[in-house]
Design a protein around this ligand. Structure first.
Ligand code: DX5
Ligand code: ZN
Length: 219
């Protein structure tokens, strides 16, 4: 599997101090930043969009930005997010008719593309094979998207194992309820991109939390 990376989610950080909060996470060892974009329609919550991401990019020049697009029309935000300096554009497949076409548009804009899958979404093996030809990352949700601080769904691990077994070289990301206690089974199942929100942002010692998690994924 590709090298393991830890990407804190800033969803439960102090969003009015996003630049400082993000810089602190990077200084404490974060490999990338996971930015949760919610439109109030695809999920019952609302966060921020490309104007905010663009401002954050002005403060933080060289970190790797992933936007997790929990929105009904991901194709609508490709150009603005590319312009805002996003590196990896991860969108949910559920509301999208032509997933491969949206992947192509993302890549044409110069970003990498990730495909996010909600816990209950069924994807056929044939469908998945077509997606895996074009996607750079697959994001297996380990909570119902919408809110930070929910409990990790261990029953998503067979999905991760299956993906790792069939696609040994793809980046597999997990998101939702992942922290020092739950990262072990994610790593064992084959996930190599680890999103962690409250467990890192709310930790008394962020550096220690990130270091501890990194040790688990690297062994
Ligand atoms: C949930 C978001 C996650 C979440 C992670 O909809 O996609 O990124 O903020 O936060 P924790 O780790 O607290 O579940
Ligand atoms: Zn997320």
């Amino acid at each position: 599997a590709p090298q393991a990376k830890i990407g804190p989610s800033i969803l439960n950080a102090d969003l009015a101090n996003l630049a400082a909060e993000s810089q602190k996470l990077l200084d404490n060892g974060a490999d990338y930043l996971h930015l949760d974009v919610m439109d109030g329609n695809f999920v019952p919550n609302l966060t921020f969009g490309h104007p905010m991401v663009k401002c954050l990019r002005n403060h933080i020049k060289n970190a790797y930005f992933e936007t997790h697009m929990m929105v009904n029309s991901p194709e609508q935000w490709i150009e603005p997010m590319a312009d805002a300096g996003v590196n990896l554009y991860t969108f949910h497949i559920e509301p999208v008719k032509d997933v491969c076409n949206v992947c192509r548009l993302v890549q044409e804009s110069g970003m990498k593309v990730g495909l996010a899958i909600k816990p209950a979404t069924k994807v056929s093996v044939e469908e998945l094979a077509r997606y895996m030809e074009v996607a750079d990352v697959v994001l297996v949700m380990t909570v119902e998207p919408g809110f930070g601080g929910q409990s990790f769904m261990a029953d998503m691990m067979p999905k991760v194992e299956w993906l790792r077994c069939n696609y040994p070289n793809i980046d597999i990301e997990v998101d939702g309820g992942v922290g020092p206690k739950t990262i072990e089974c994610c790593a064992k199942s084959g996930a190599n991109m680890i999103v962690s929100g409250t467990a890192v942002v709310g930790a008394p010692d962020q550096r220690q939390a990130i270091t501890q998690m990194r040790e688990v994924v690297q062994r």
